[in-house]
Design a protein around this ligand. Structure first.
Ligand code: GLC
Ligand code: CA
Length: 543
């Protein structure tokens, strides 16, 4: 029995309001000088995470892997990658997190394995028609020698690769990531064992990678517009929204009804851990947005990511539209939304919209109902790293022949201390280069500066726990500006806290009484029932 869980709050719906901290082990802290972060480093910094005030940690895959896609290519689902440490190290980390009241959610990458996984190696050897090949999508070439269909990989290039005997296998991502055949009972059975394996070790839940994938339909049919499909799926690709909305529901490999049966089965496994309060969050990019609610039906998963803010402009009307829609959508099924400004797949928010803007937006979002996902480094206001092409690792860069630079910029390790790169991350050569210019962004510098981004996050997380998590629903404030409306101000009230974000470059004066809890940047001027919000800044007021 796992005794450490007794220090965790026993709230069965803890995840609904939790702040999750997403941290890639390899970018956090390296303790043995090999340039890769490791579980010893994670253990060393548990006090830092507790000090910061997060509720839970989400670990992207840390399993045995050739790291062709940063670990999203798993070779053994029940082994820790030795570069990161041992299962005993993971266990020590987990206990340490629990002892500090933090939960740990791990990544579950089940749309595909690595080509180094024993199943795929067996499939290669066993040959066509074998039960080993039936665990993946192996098919013969068309009579003209072309692949079984015209689908394009999400990482660029064809989604089929040919093996020695002439058959092709399907891979929606890199060729080193063969897609599993979820119609094969071996697959479902083995992953149920893996779920139990980590739950028995004490994990608190799972982030389900490509949760809308898994089930494929019409694998032997061409899609009428494969390039359109592939462009529509890339949110960074400009496309007429009408066209995008028309194409997305036609994807034959995403958001098929069959996935929900899989999650219903898993839910019975999660629930069998009873008092442990296990949760699972779906990475499901689906259209129309209402489809996301299916993943959080009472007998399926607990949460679904909302990616809307990852590419939203810093613009009041758009933000209001996205936020209110997300809240209403989840409310329609009794769930709460999730919020993320950055993650390991997208440009960092500070680079995308600017430093002050990202502080203002973060403070605003942290006051909304639901749970927040903070990507490690976001609390430092880290921008994207500038990566020389020869240091790039992301398969997207290679598969698109450099046309897309990929996601490495967001994945650069954290700067901890000192005046020169790699800022205490490693005593060796970091797996991606830290930037010399980050000397004022280190944890050490920011800890001692009350106005730093780090202290803003810490204050906000404390105040959120004290004033907001059990506070009411959002009431949007329509015309908060004294003497008229402003397109530059977004505001809402939750119970006895009101939140105002000034998106403009000028101070805005509002008529309101209340005690200032926190401001994202600048000095707030308040007297005689009037408060002046600094430019590009958010405030929380207590009434
Ligand atoms: C998810 C992960 C991404 C990975 C892909 C393939 O989208 O977030 O990092 O490359 O799945 O596993
Ligand atoms: Ca290391």
């Amino acid at each position: 029995m796992n005794t450490s869980t007794i220090t965790l709050s026993s709230d069965p719906e803890w995840y609904r309001k939790a702040v999750f901290y997403e941290v890639m082990v390899r970018s956090f802290l390296d303790t043995n000088g090999d340039g890769y972060g490791d579980f010893r480093g994670m253990i060393d910094k548990l006090d830092y995470l507790q000090w910061l005030g997060i509720d839970a940690i989400w670990l992207p895959p840390f399993f045995q892997s050739p790291l062709r896609d940063g670990g999203y290519d798993v070779a053994d689902y029940r082994e820790v990658l030795p570069t990161y440490g041992s299962t005993a190290d993971f266990d020590e980390f987990l206990q340490g997190a629990h002892d500090r009241g933090m939960r740990v959610v791990i990544d579950f990458v089940i749309n595909h394995t690595s080509d180094q996984h024993v199943w795929f190696q067996e499939a290669l050897k066993a040959g066509r028609g074998s039960k080993e090949r039936a665990r993946f999508h192996f098919y013969d070439a068309n009579s003209d020698g072309t692949p079984p269909n015209n689908w394009i990989s999400l990482f660029g290039g064809p989604s089929w690769t040919q093996v020695d005997d002439g058959q092709f296998y399907l891979h929606l991502f890199d060729s080193s990531q063969p897609d599993l055949n979820w119609d094969n009972p071996d697959v479902a059975e083995d992953f149920e064992k893996t779920l139990r394996f980590w739950l028995d070790l004490g994990a608190d839940g799972f982030r389900i990678d490509v949760a809308h994938g898994l089930v494929k339909e019409d694998v032997l049919k061409d899609h009428p517009d494969p390039q359109g499909l592939s462009d529509a799926l890339r949110l960074d690709m400009p496309m007429d929204p009408e066209r995008r909305y028309a194409l997305l529901p036609t994807v034959p490999y995403f958001d098929r009804q069959g996935v929900h049966e899989i999650y219903r089965k898993w839910r019975t496994i999660f629930d069998s851990y009873g008092s442990r309060e296990v949760m699972a969050v779906a990475e499901a990019w689906v259209h129309p947005p209402v489809n996301a609610t299916r993943y959080v039906r009472a007998d399926e998963l607990h949460q679904v990511f909302n990616f809307d803010l990852l590419d939203a402009a810093f613009e009041a009307e758009q933000l209001y539209g996205l936020m209110s829609a997300a809240i209403d959508l989840m409310k329609s099924v009794g769930a709460l939304p999730t919020w993320a400004l950055s993650n390991h797949d997208s440009p960092r928010v500070a680079s995308r919209i600017g430093d002050l803007q990202s502080r203002a937006l973060a403070l605003f979002v942290l006051a909304l109902p639901g749970s927040c996902y903070v990507f490690a480094g976001q609390e430092l206001g880290l921008p994207d790293g500038v990566i020389p092409d020869e240091a790039r690792q992301d398969p997207i860069y290679f598969r698109t022949k450099g046309v897309q630079k990929g996601r490495d910029g967001a994945r650069v390790p954290l700067p901890w201390k000192g005046e020169t790169a790699p800022f205490g991350f490693t005593s060796g050569k970091p797996w991606l280069p830290l930037q010399e210019g980050w000397k004022d962004l280190t944890v050490e510098k920011q800890e001692s500066d009350p106005r730093s981004t780090l202290n803003l996050y810490r204050n906000a997380l404390n105040l959120r726990a004290e004033h907001l998590v059990n506070n009411g629903e959002v009431e949007w404030i329509e015309s908060p500006v004294h003497g008229g409306k402003s397109a530059s101000l977004l505001a809402f009230k939750r119970g006895n806290v009101s939140v105002y974000m000034n998106l403009s470059d000028l101070p805005i004066e509002i008529e309101v009484n209340g005690k200032l809890l926190v401001v994202s940047s600048g000095i707030v001027d308040g007297r005689d029932g009037k408060v002046t919000i600094p430019p590009v800044s958010t405030i929380w007021l207590h009434h």
